[in-house]
Design a protein around this ligand. Sequence first.
Ligand code: SDX
Length: 428
Amino acid sequence: MAETKATLSLPDKGSVDFPIKKGSEGFDVIDISQLGSHGYFTFDPGFLATASCESKITYIDGGQGILLHRGYPIADLAEKSSYLEVCYLLLHQELPTQKQYDEFLTDIKTHTLVNEQVVNFFNGFRRDAHPMAIMCGVVGALSSFYHDAMDVSQEKDRLLAALRLISKVPTLAAMSYKYSVGLPFIYPRNDLSYAGNFLNMMFAVPAEDYKINPVIEKAMDRIFILHADHEQNASTSTVRLAGSSGANPFACIAAGIASLWGPAHGGANEACLTMLEEIGSVDRIPEFIKRSKDKNDPFRLMGFGHRVYKNFDPRATVMRETCHEVLKELKIKDPLLDVAMELEQIALKDSYFVEKKLYPNVDFYSGIIMKAIGIPTSMFTVIFALSRTVGWVAHWKEMLEQPGHKIGRPRQLYTGYSKRDYQPIKKR
Ligand code: SDX
């Protein structure tokens, strides 16, 4: 990569040069890794302007509303590809040939079952446990089952862990739903598509088969594609940091699930539906728009705004189309969709949202689609986690394969006490 330099004028140190690394798209970066030797650290809480790594997986241009996976626009992948093909692309940099795809599909189908002992973990949870709490537990618990592929320095072990996670997370996700409603677990079926198998595990019961609607199956696969990866978001950064210590891949993905759960991140789709239900009707929208602008009110419009996108989230555009397709196919007139459409129109014209570039994000429409499919709101973030598992795993793998990769260890601005003497309790 051609390098130019940035010059920093440091008090009492004079000018210091730092190399600039050029990317293939987007911002170039100033390599400040040697800044510490000049007696300074950078300070960037929330990483607003800090690149934590070099990556080739996903590129986002927030100003233009662009999202590329290995160079392919998300709209093309959502329209023409499939989730498993996108999984292959994210893991292996190229779209698969038919032979590569067939082999990948066979590999995925080889690992869809979980060890029967995993059922015992579910039985330890209360029936009303949030499915995300269960997922944090059972995905992490997979660490205890796979001692045969735990050497993260070996490519074959990294790939086997990746396959196991992509294959088993849907099974565990459906199990967390079945457990919460007191119904028996449904085993995976390898004669079904990835999305069809998930829907079957979610909605089939031993007493009768579940008839897969192709429109719903396609919508589910598209939801998986749209949530598959998103560069260095909070949960992916969590997985990278956990993985940088050499931690077990299943434990790293469990850490990603925990981070995704937050309402500011993947929990926003569930929070968005709860918000729409709280608004309840179109005439109450102005009251909530007003609250969302009030700095003294913690209320935020869930499903709006994004750290990177200061334009329409390209995923939201595709999700919006899918939302209308599903509601049309199921002949659902959902009053919540009326509220959502009106809220979208009002927010897109409201000066506060326009000035702060707060557009609907991926979570705004996904919740309405999933509710229409019959998925409970408590499962929305679980489905986000299911979809994002491939992104987490691809970044975990890329980080470990980066030459000279180190354990992540940020520094700090310390503003606490300077050294002081211990005082015995009688003197305090
Ligand atoms: C995801 O990073 C990723 O890529 C995430 C994700 C992925 O695929 O991994 O895209 C998935 O997490 C999407 C985002 C889902 N979250 C929500 O929908 C929750 C609601 N959104 C907000 O919490 C917020 O927009 C964030 C957290 C998403 C982004 O926050 P930032 O970038 O840190 O911006 P900010 O909170 O500093 O907000 C900037 C301004 C503030 O006002 P001022 O202090 O400048 O006066 O905009 C306001 C905020 O108060 N603001 C909102 C708002 N979001 C930001 N005001 C009302 N409603 C909102 N939703």
